[in-house]
Design a protein around this ligand. Structure first.
Ligand SMILES: [Zn+2]
Length: 115
């Protein structure tokens, strides 16, 4: 009986360790682009890409490189977003004149990309 309990403890410990590893595993980050509150495009932060965000108010050039996302160029009047960079999850770039929000999150939503 004692042996069974010891075995159970070992099994539980292994399960807990495996679960812990799953939790600790870093998840891929996504970069989501919203215009007027609507999701326009999703990228992975691991992608190295350049994308021109076209909004009804103007255009922004987003560059994703080395796991950072950056607004390289914008034709918005105040230019506040130019050079803005996202590195960590939960950070955002806002371009108010273009009603644009670029934000990071878990990669789970990537499947929901539509065009
Ligand atoms: Zn701007």
């Amino acid at each position: 009986m004692k042996r069974d309990i010891a075995l159970l403890a070992v099994v539980l410990a292994v399960c807990a360790a495996a679960y812990g590893l799953l939790l600790l595993r870093p998840s891929a980050e996504s970069v989501k682009i919203f215009v007027d509150g609507q999701l326009q495009k999703t990228f992975l932060l691991a992608d190295n890409t350049e994308y021109i965000i076209k909004t009804p108010y103007g255009a922004n050039t987003l560059i994703i490189q080395n796991k950072t996302a950056r607004i390289a160029y914008s034709d918005c009047p105040n230019g506040l977003c130019r050079g803005a960079t996202i590195v960590r999850r939960g950070e955002s770039i806002i371009c108010a004149p273009h009603h644009l929000l670029v934000t990071t999150g878990r990669a789970a939503g990537v499947d929901a990309v539509s065009g």
